[in-house]
Design a binder for this molecule. Structure first.
Ligand code: CA
Length: 502
């Protein structure tokens, strides 16, 4: 349900943005008028929205009732499309009303459903009534009989126009641009909403005749009155006057327009996109654009331009060398050599690396692809020596040649000494040695070293350990012996140690 409501609102806003001015009001007329060319009970007729305010509420209006005066029939054709304006019925309300799922819903002038923003008397959304002044008046004597005579001229830009008269033998006529829109042929007009250009007029005939226009009017409007009986206006009764009230503009209303602002290119190189943002801006007092950005609802009545996206920075990003990982050292002891690869690349889009021919990067300094590497020192017989002593509060060491396989036939003793008074927390990770029952082939053995030169074995480990394993030495000095026999090697281990406050 909520989703449908949102969809309806979207349709409405889309329609609102794309149909500036009062063409929104003509939407209902279009929907009724679309039946003009469809046979109704074997007849063609003209359909208009049925807007008799004495009998319908806004919700009724949204039920898509159309009237054919030719057939003297009101017919319900389902519901008006979501987004159809239903405030034609009460044009002097300061809210905007639209049909949503057949119900007439009220919105603030910023088109938010629960908004407190209202049009002010001058028709400015959220305005302060400073751009117009009230005009009131009335006549108790009709100027002529059996003819139309001018009653009132309403200047362009007027708002909240309400003209009433109680005389049953009289009727109003309304002229826009020298053309009768209501009345004019000596007969009362039909009670309904009329639209002419951008102006929408709600008219109710009969006793208590009234004309209501929300405005701001876009054309000069002339109101005439026709009287077919003498003494129809009673001097003694003020209530029998033809009366009017409206707001006349006294200064230019603030003017707004959609402005297009370019946003920076999405990339500094490598084929970016330049987007545009459409913002609502207020025109300066002298009509020039001062670029002041205002809330978008001020521009809702204007057709919103389509933002354009254009390519920018249409050139490749600079090419460069990218190097791979170093390979393994060529020897397991002594000084060897290792290699890596280099690629000429370009990265027009972050993370999307394009490999180019080597020659493209000829103008760049090529990275070194070969370097010396040092495996543990070789003994005279080619075996590895790997004894060392580490004095530190924490550190790490590995089996020889890690992460490559350790050599055969070695004994490495790593002595660890932490600060006096502390213990040693020794943790092995990625532990992988040749397995054997009792660890008789390859192993790591941890000893606690005492000050008197004696040492005690604490643990002997071998095989593969998938999880970190810890050994705690209850003293500040330890030796870790790594032994491998003459055949079968593995990757070995990484050991970390840190001092432990007992
Ligand atoms: Ca072995």
């Amino acid at each position: 349900m909520m989703k449908r409501r949102l969809n309806a609102l979207f349709v409405f806003l889309h329609h609102f943005f794309n149909c500036p001015g009062s063409t929104q009001y003509q939407f209902a007329e279009e929907q009724c008028g679309s039946r003009d060319n469809i046979l109704y009970k074997d007849q063609l007729t003209t359909w208009l929205p049925y807007t008799d305010r004495s009998q319908t509420s806004g919700d009724d209006f949204c039920q898509h009732n159309c009237v054919s005066y030719g057939l003297s029939k009101v017919v319900k054709f389902g519901q008006f499309t979501d987004g159809t304006r239903c405030d034609v019925l009460n044009p002097l309300e300061d809210k905007t009303a639209i049909c949503v799922e057949g119900e007439c819903k009220h919105f603030g002038c910023d088109l938010e459903e629960d908004s407190d923003r209202r049009f002010d008397s001058c028709g400015v959304c959220d305005g302060d009534n400073s751009t117009c002044e009230i005009q009131t008046g009335g006549v108790s004597h009709p100027p002529a009989y059996y003819d139309y005579t001018n009653l009132l001229e309403i200047p362009i830009g007027s708002t909240y126009i309400n003209i009433t008269q109680p005389c049953g033998d009289c009727h109003f006529a309304l002229i826009i641009e020298d053309q009768y829109v209501i009345g004019g042929a000596g007969e009362r007009g039909k009670s309904r909403a009329y639209s002419m250009g951008d102006d929408v007029i709600s008219y109710v005939g009969g006793d208590g005749e009234s004309i209501q226009i929300r405005g701001p009017t876009s054309s000069k409007i002339t109101i005439q009155v026709y009287a077919s009986t003498y003494h129809v206006f009673d001097d003694a009764k003020k209530s029998s006057e033809a009366r009017w009230v409206f707001f006349k503009p006294i200064q230019d209303r603030p003017a707004y327009r959609w402005s297009i602002v370019d946003t920076p290119c999405s990339k500094t190189c490598g084929y970016g996109l330049q987007m545009q943002e459409v913002i609502c801006t207020e025109l300066g007092l002298v009509g020039t654009l001062d670029g002041r950005s205002v809330k978008p609802f001020h521009c809702l009545h204007l057709k919103k331009p389509e933002p354009v996206t254009e390519p920018c920075n249409e050139f490749d990003c600079p090419h460069r060398w990218e190097v791979g990982e170093w390979g393994d050292c060529s020897v397991s002891c002594g000084v060897g050599v290792r290699f890596r690869q280099a690629y000429c690349v370009r990265e027009n889009t972050a993370g999307l690396i394009e490999i180019l021919p080597h020659v493209t990067c000829a103008d760049r300094l090529e990275p070194l692809l070969e370097e010396h590497c040092e495996a543990p020192a070789c003994l005279e017989d080619g075996r590895v020596t790997c004894n060392k002593t580490i004095f530190a509060s924490e550190g790490s060491f590995t089996s020889p040649n890690h992460p490559g396989n350790y050599p055969t036939d070695i004994n490495c003793i790593t002595r660890i000494k932490v600060n006096p008074g502390y213990w040693i927390d020794l943790t092995f990770q990625s532990f992988e040695l040749e397995p054997a029952p009792g660890c008789i082939y390859d192993y790591v053995e941890v000893f606690q070293d005492r000050e008197d030169g004696t040492r005690t074995s604490i643990a002997r480990l071998c095989g593969t350990r998938k999880f970190r394993s810890s050994v705690v030495v209850k003293g500040n000095s330890a030796s870790v012996l790594f032994h491998s026999d003459v055949i079968v090697t593995r990757r070995g281990f990484v050991a970390n140690f840190s001092e432990l406050d007992p």
